[in-house]
Design a protein around this ligand. Structure first.
Ligand code: SF4
Length: 506
């Protein structure tokens, strides 16, 4: 057996679905979690023997931190030897200079995780390292499989020892299973990918090279970058912001149903799916991905500004000032202001040094709730008719607190504009939108939501507006959380877990 040098600390003792284990081992309840869909993961890969690949992966993950804040991990390959470090916490908490120095190698795979399948504990942190006939592989996954039940049964029949509860480990073992029949890395991996259904953007390290893979619908993003080097070295990242931070140039996206194989010889491409059909998650564009990341050759900041302009035209309202919920609502608020002529200002200031709170607040502070993160500018708000723009409403709990805060700060009227349509269905492809009964728009009309949030008016962007403003083929996106029209069929058993309001035929 090829040894894995692991420098990880002890296993976290807790496992609790529906709650997160914080870096200091505290449990964060749903109550304290952001009222937003939460991203599955960020992945990163690099093949560059001349470089400090662990450090570059660290910075790549650092730029992708918004995609998952529960655990982080890096695996490097030094020949056939794998060095692995993964732990609970933010990238900056999991790694330091000393740990990175213990991760030498020619290539690296990195992962930052928010749990969507499998609870939030260290054993589920990635990369998942698995032994095969050809040596070890290290796999980092963004997305969610929907056929985990039959896949797990197949793997258990072959006596694979599944130690985690993640679908990512299942993909790694499916590759091992195929490779162990005598196939090489590429043939074996492709056979394994054809057994997977759902969303998967993968970065896989082996002693021979790094693979970048997207599912046939390309639901989660994955991009290729190049380093300014001779020979050209390649980098993979969930978003272009993961390339920018290490000075890599964006080359192109990994296509839906494509596998890129990066080795000493360069980059080779294989289109492994017979029927790829582009269905990029539209929520990546509206909210998840960073505004400075490129999609369809423009920054998402530009797209989000257009959404704001569009809703200003679709649902105008008179007011004195327009501002966005920091940070994700700001580009759309600027667009709203440009299209409406209503001055853009700031009504709320975000405490930039607060991510998730790692220390539980006192009871008094908890009642103040939102103020830990957002503080109103009372003199700006006093006596004003305000328009507040946000990218989405999921449960509505934060929006309600926000409106209350604005009114207490003297706002005379509060109008809310949302730069996406009502979220009525849960996501099965790697985004945590909770079950359907927790989505405010699944059970309430816009008028009822407005009443519950206590706003003077509320309007959502139209579904057509959201898609047309991409300036791409409007059929090339998944927008199932707004329509219930899932591009990859969801097995009934999986559906039942989240689609509480819809009658499911058993
Ligand atoms: S259901 Fe919604 S969040 Fe999930 S992939 Fe589709 S658009 Fe994205």
């Amino acid at each position: 057996m090829i040894p894995i040098h692991s420098v990880t600390s002890d296993e976290y003792p807790h496992s609790l679905r529906g709650a997160a284990i914080l870096a200091n081992n505290q449990i964060e309840s749903h109550e304290n979690r952001p009222d937003k869909p939460e991203e599955a993961c960020g992945v990163f890969g690099i093949y560059a023997p001349e470089q400090d690949v662990a450090k570059m992966t660290y910075f790549g993950l650092y730029a992708l931190q918004h995609r998952g804040q529960e655990s982080a991990g890096i695996a490097t390959f030094e020949g056939t030897h794998v060095h692995l470090h993964k732990d609970m916490g933010l990238v900056s908490q999991v790694f330091n200079e000393t740990i990175l120095e213990e991760l030498p190698g020619e290539l690296a795979v990195g992962h930052t995780r928010y749990s969507t399948t499998g609870s939030s504990r260290k054993v589920n942190a990635q990369p998942a390292v698995v032994e095969t006939r050809l040596g070890l592989l290290a796999l980092a996954h963004n997305g969610n499989l929907v056929n985990t039940v039959p896949l797990r049964e197949e793997l258990l029949k072959s006596n694979f020892n599944l130690v985690t509860s993640t679908d990512s480990e299942m993909i790694a073992y499916a590759i091992a299973q195929e490779v162990n029949t005598g196939l090489d890395w590429l043939e074996g991996s492709i056979r394994a990918f054809k057994r997977c259904e759902g969303a998967f953007s993968l970065v896989i390290g082996t002693a021979d090279g790094v693979m970048g893979v997207r599912d046939p619908n390309g639901i989660r993003p994955l991009v290729i970058g190049t380093l300014d080097s001779d020979p050209i070295r390649y980098v993979l990242a969930s978003e272009t912001c993961g390339l920018d931070i290490i000075g890599a140039e964006y080359l192109r996206d990994v296509e839906p149903g494509e596998l890129v194989w990066i080795t000493e010889a360069g980059l080779a491409s294989f289109h492994w799916s017979p029927q790829p059909e582009r269905k990029l998650c539209i929520f990546e564009m509206i909210y998840f991905a960073r505004p400075d990341s490129l999609m369809h050759n423009e920054t998402l900041y530009s797209y989000r500004m257009r959404l704001g302009r569009r809703i200003a035209k679709e649902s105008p309202v008179n007011a004195d000032i327009v501002f966005g919920v920091p940070d994700s609502g700001i580009p759309a608020a600027i667009g709203f202001s440009q299209a409406s002529g209503i001055p853009y200002g700031e009504g709320l200031i975000k405490n930039r040094y607060v991510g998730r709170t790692f220390i539980q607040p006192t009871q008094t502070m908890r009642e103040l709730g939102l103020r830990m993160k957002l503080n109103p500018l009372k003199d700006v708000l006093a006596g004003k008719r305000v328009i507040i723009v946000d990218d989405s409403i999921v449960r509505g709990t934060t929006s309600r607190k926000l409106v209350k805060t604005l009114r207490e700060s003297g706002a005379e009227e509060v109008h809310m504009r949302i730069s996406s349509p009502p979220v009525t269905h849960p996501c099965f492809y790697g985004i945590d939108t909770d079950t359907q009964d927790q989505l405010i728009a699944a059970t309430k009309s816009v008028a009822e939501i407005a009443k519950q949030l206590e706003v003077d008016s509320l309007a959502y962007l139209s579904w057509e507006g959201m898609l047309e403003e991409t300036r791409e083929d409007t059929n090339s996106f998944c927008s199932a959380c707004f329509t219930g029209d899932y591009p990859v069929a969801i097995p009934e058993q999986v559906k039942r877990s989240k689609l509480i309001l819809e009658k499911v035929v058993v």
